[in-house]
Design a binder for this molecule. Structure first.
Ligand SMILES: Nc1ncnc2c1ncn2[C@@H]1O[C@H](COP(=O)(O)OP(=O)(O)OP(=O)(O)O)[C@@H](O)[C@H]1O
Ligand SMILES: [Mg+2]
Length: 478
């Protein structure tokens, strides 16, 4: 359970926030004064701190300075009253993660808090790899992740990480989806001289083009309609730290130019701002696309490519390092059986053989999900073939040999795969009714699939023909 510390002398607000977060499933502690808070933070570690600016003993900035001096990585969100935006920005310069202007709305509060908790996890969860000196971070009570695999190809990857982590140069990490690019980026961060500074990941594919610049560079109040407060962009928050540009291959051409300019000059302006802002940020980028090919085809800027690719790490697909599969299976077995409190320690030997001959199109992520699900379904202490019915077959004809339950698990797996992307897109302020959109898309595709035969389409969709007609009418009436 994630732990949030509230620091505010306003008991009413503490009460409201306490209930708000407890209902969301967080553990909450509260302090009514700055001094109490500092003592509490010394005794206990937290995942997030909400800190009021104006308090009778120490003000928010004094507390923040003390926290940063003792190298506590927990993100701090400063709360200030309306009209004190300058103070909030001052706090951000001193390392606060974000700020909230009182009175704030629940939606804004939830958004800022959930973003900050993700950053907290990424910064504190240490990622280690074989032979890496397991440096212990002062605030790293959050367990650790490991990069598993001793194949020759992975050893080369570890060697490279070891050589460049501390070198402060940009790194471009490539590899198919699920090969561990993000894990490698985090390992570089944890083993770099910037490990006590922020690590901020930006998923270029998830941010709509028109919001990308403001996310990255920030904006001044009034810069455009709807810009109600000054927003400090991700780059500015990351000053002194590491910025991970994930899915860089999905960045549009004009945005590539803007990013390049920032990288060349080391400075930028907030949208609608007049002063330049200088930041010192180490760039790590990742892509599952073949960027060299994109450069040749003219869809990725060559100058940006070379600037990001000072060092390149290419992660091998799992099918090219099948000797690592057993170790990965053991690692996920022990991780998930602990996480789900199950005592599953073995996997049927014939399954291990099948694993090595399978092609793993989704790479380590697919293997990870496969073991996680098997552990959840498993009732004894050994995982047998039964629990792997959902393993994606190489040959689609194989689908015919699956029973209904296995097909249902496959279907649910597929849905779980695509839903996060849909939610991510709609989270960016589209405010469309996605449930209707999903329904409409499913119906139209099903009809296309069976040449507009409504009886067949209804059967595929698992609804009656009448229901299908009814829904089609609803779509037509829109
Ligand atoms: N070598 C490894 N050892 C242990 N876990 C791994 C390894 N490689 C990947 N994983 C795990 O597999 C999952 C996918 O890894 P990650 O997110 O880093 O992949 P990715 O290359 O960024 O994929 P995508 O291109 O889809 O974003 C994560 O849960 C990660 O922890
Ligand atoms: Mg990734």
């Amino acid at each position: 359970m994630e732990k949030i510390l509230l620091i505010d002398d306003d008991e009413g607000l503490i009460h409201f926030l306490g209930r708000f977060f407890q209902r969301k499933g967080y553990e909450v502690s509260a302090c009514l004064s700055g001094r109490d808070a500092l003592e509490q933070i010394e005794r206990e570690s937290f995942d997030l701190i909400l800190l009021d600016y104006k308090m009778p003993d120490l003000n928010g900035i004094d507390i923040l300075i003390k926290l940063k001096k003792s190298q506590i990585k927990t993100p701090v969100i400063i709360m200030t009253a309306y009209g004190t935006t300058e103070l909030a920005i001052e706090a951000m310069k001193r390392g606060a993660y974000d700020y909230l202007i009182k009175p704030f709305e629940r939606k804004e509060l939830s958004r800022v808090v959930s973003e900050a908790l993700i950053v907290n996890r990424q910064m504190k969860e240490m990622v280690s790899f074989p032979d890496s000196s397991s440096r212990v971070l002062p605030d790293s009570a959050k367990g650790s992740l490991q990069i598993i695999g001793n194949s020759k190809k992975m050893q080369e990857v570890y060697k490279l990480i070891g050589q460049i982590a501390e070198k402060d140069v940009p790194v471009l990490i490539t590899g198919e989806s699920g090969t561990g690019k993000e894990l490698v980026a985090r390992a570089i961060y944890h083993h770099s001289g910037r490990s006590q500074k922020p690590f901020i990941a930006i998923n270029c594919a998830a941010i709509p083009d028109n919001l990308f610049e403001s996310e990255l560079f920030g904006y001044e109040r009034g810069a455009f309609t709807g810009a109600e407060r000054t927003y400090i962009g991700k780059l500015e928050r990351c000053d002194g730290g590491t910025c991970f540009l994930d899915e860089i291959g999905d960045l549009s051409f004009p945005l590539q130019a803007k990013l390049l300019r920032m990288l060349q000059e080391g400075e930028f302006e907030r949208l609608g701002g007049s002063g330049t802002i200088k930041v010192n940020v180490r760039m790590l980028a990742a892509s599952n696309k073949d960027l060299k090919k994109e450069v040749e085809e003219g869809t990725f800027r060559e100058d940006l490519y070379w600037r990001l690719k000072v060092i390149a790490i290419d992660l091998p697909p799992l099918r090219e390092r099948t000797e690592d599969i057993n170790a990965l299976v053991d690692y996920f077995l022990s991780r998930f059986s602990a996480e789900y409190q199950k005592s599953v320690h073995y996997i049927a030997e014939n399954m291990r053989k099948k694993f090595s001959s399978y092609s793993w199109p989704g790479n380590v992520r697919e293997l990870e999900n496969c073991i996680r699900r098997a552990i959840l379904l498993c009732t004894g202490d050994i995982i047998s073939e039964e629990q792997f019915g959902f393993l994606e077959p190489k040959d689609e004809h194989h689908l015919q040999s699956l029973n209904r339950d296995q097909l249902l698990v496959r279907l649910r797996d597929k849905l779980e795969d695509i839903v996060p992307e849909i939610l991510r897109l709609s989270k960016e302020g589209i405010h469309a009714n996605i449930i209707d959109m999903v329904e409409e898309t499913l119906i139209i595709k099903a009809l296309e699939e069976c040449g507009n035969n409504q009886v067949k389409a209804a059967k595929i969709l698992g609804i009656s023909r009448n229901t299908l007609r009814h829904r089609l009418k609803k779509i037509a009436d829109k």
